[in-house]
Design a protein around this ligand. Sequence first.
Ligand SMILES: CC(C)(COP(=O)(O)OP(=O)(O)OC[C@H]1O[C@@H](n2cnc3c(N)ncnc32)[C@H](O)[C@@H]1OP(=O)(O)O)[C@@H](O)C(=O)NCCC(=O)NCCS
Length: 176
Amino acid sequence: MELKGKTPSESKTIMTEMVLPNDTNHLHNLRGGKILHWMDIATAIAASKHAGAIVVTVSVDQVSFVNPIKLGDVVTIIAKVTRSFNTSIETHVEVWAENIPTQNKYKCNEAYYSFVALDSNGKPRKTATVIPESDEEIEQYEKALKRRQLRLIIAGRMKPEEADELKSLFTVNQKK
Ligand SMILES: CC(C)(COP(=O)(O)OP(=O)(O)OC[C@H]1O[C@@H](n2cnc3c(N)ncnc32)[C@H](O)[C@@H]1OP(=O)(O)O)[C@@H](O)C(=O)NCCC(=O)NCCS
């Protein structure tokens, strides 16, 4: 059965949290593990809504923590699907924080989380395609193929010579 494609907006997920004392390290900044947890939840909801199924996290790409998030600040996590393949779905997530009294808003980090849609037996199942609309969504969609190939190479699931989009990064030209 052909699954109907969906736009990223249909599953876009925005989560808002406040940094409480229990979420912080001894510098009174939000702990990295807590941010990763919130990012995982927001992206899983977006991927799950897109797939109309239970999803499991299969991969998390490199995450850099650019700005620390202070105790009491409000954190907004914005997750969107970028592209789906056969059973897997790539999502992009951005984390912003705001100090409410000063209204200072700052970006903290972003990352790509990938998920696999599962059927009722816990086996990977086909997922709906993504129909990008905005220029940014189209760019994310097009570049997703390169990111997927890089991920699969790093995970040892694809040979560099099979990665059409990336081959030149891994192979040297044999012609003299
Ligand atoms: C995710 C899982 C079901 C995949 O099982 P599998 O036997 O590898 O299944 P497949 O080989 O059919 O791969 C399924 C999809 O995952 C993708 N995949 C597998 N490993 C990947 C990786 N490291 N990075 C990105 N995608 C990956 C495959 O490319 C395939 O995508 P496609 O169908 O869109 O082409 C299995 O690895 C699993 O259960 N992992 C644990 C998940 C988990 O517990 N997450 C944390 C809690 S939610």
